[in-house]
Design a protein around this ligand. Structure first.
Ligand SMILES: NC(=O)c1ccc[n+]([C@@H]2O[C@H](COP(=O)([O-])OP(=O)(O)OC[C@H]3O[C@@H](n4cnc5c(N)ncnc54)[C@H](OP(=O)(O)O)[C@@H]3O)[C@@H](O)[C@H]2O)c1
Length: 327
């Protein structure tokens, strides 16, 4: 038996429980992974509350979580390229917040050994989403790009990816995040009233592209600033996509293990930071979502399935002296 987050009806964080479930068995082409870290994401709140029941209904008892990092424990028939003990990063919809995850090997990338579990695990969700948003608006060197909620999970990665393409980033945030954004080379502006005027002051020569990771009227502001629709992407406002014909590219449009590996390589080389605000043990999953729902997370909140102090002991118990990933 192993632990897994489950809920039996739509509702608030109080419906979440830690269930004892059978350890999954990997089918052909699958891996069984011992989860070490599983992040949490705002979209999971909507699914659990039933807000997306029309498009993504739950099947009770429902599992939770998408992105994760962990050790390969065993491989199903026909799997090549992975072995027990490998450190991997993966995407397992509604299944990641569990001690063990069985998933198709083609949804998994190797984790560079120099990247921490906490930094690696969010890459298949917010990392890929940020990449999709940046790719949609194609920033060029010397341009100015606005990123809304630039200290949030998607925003802080999108802002850094834009900077890597040589553009200037104006990032919206609360004042408590201004110094943090400056430390990443991002020009902060307050996301409060008067945002359009704040952006005009920060970008007197105009805004070339706008990446919205919050919704709440950001696309209206981008249009009012004169940014062409094809240089605007929102991951949080599907109505604006229909109204203005802007891009709505997100995780599902870009996910691949190759892209996850590329993002992990940027982290390994110190070119992309994945800020972690809080690490909760799995048992405190409800509290973790209460914090997330306040919508002031800097970077990511993650769940730890194997406490940091126990990781080396558990790795040795599972794999002995076998070394991790091929170099
Ligand atoms: N479809 C997909 O594939 C996909 C994948 C991932 C995420 N998403 C969506 O993308 C959005 C962002 O996700 P996330 O994980 O980045 O969220 P998040 O980490 O919870 O975002 C938190 C950030 O929002 C900022 N914020 C709070 N109030 C704001 C306001 N009024 N205006 C602008 N920013 C504000 C906060 O900044 P301050 O603390 O500085 O105020 C904080 O840094 C969500 O809607 C999520 O559902 C979609």
């Amino acid at each position: 038996m192993s632990r897994a987050v489950r809920f039996d009806s739509y509702g608030g964080p109080e419906v979440l429980r830690i269930a004892e479930v059978p350890k999954p068995v990997p089918g052909p082409g699958q891996l069984l992974v011992r989860t070490v870290v599983a992040p949490i994401n705002p979209g999971e709140i909507g699914i659990r509350e039933g807000a997306f029941a029309d498009i993504w209904p739950a099947t009770f008892p429902e599992g939770q979580g998408n992105d994760f990092a962990g050790w390969v424990v065993s491989t199903g028939e026909g799997v090549t390229g992975f072995a027990a003990g490998d450190e991997v990063i993966g995407f397992a919809p509604r299944a990641a917040q569990a001690d063990y995850v069985a998933l198709d090997a083609d949804a998994v990338a190797l984790k560079p050994l120099g990247v921490s579990w906490e930094e690696a695990a969010p890459l298949p969700a917010v990392g890929v989403t940020a990449w999709a948003a940046v790719d949609a608006v194609q920033p060029r060197p010397g341009e100015t790009v606005v990123v809304s909620a630039a200290a949030g999970g998607v925003g802080v990665l999108a802002a850094q990816l834009v900077r890597l393409r040589g553009a200037t980033v104006v990032g919206t945030a609360g004042g408590h995040n201004f110094d943090f954004l400056r430390s990443l080379g991002i020009v902060p502006v307050s996301h409060g009233p008067g945002l359009a005027e704040e952006i005009r002051k920060a970008a007197p020569e105009g805004v070339d592209a706008y990446i919205d990771t919050f919704g709440g009227g950001n696309v209206d502001i981008a249009i009012a600033l004169g940014v062409p629709a094809h240089r605007i992407n929102t991951v949080a406002d599907p109505l604006a996509v229909r109204r203005y014909g802007v891009h709505g590219r997100a995780q599902e449009d870009a996910f691949s293990p190759v892209l996850v590996a590329e993002l992990a390589d940027l982290v390994a080389r110190g070119r992309l930071a994945v800020p972690i605000s809080t690490v909760y043990p799995l048992e405190r999953v409800g509290e973790a979502y209460i914090e997330l729902a306040r919508r002031h997370t800097r970077g990511k909140i993650v769940l730890s399935l194997v406490p940091e102090a126990d990781r080396e002991r558990e790795r040795r118990a599972l794999f002995g002296d076998r070394s991790s990933n091929p170099t």
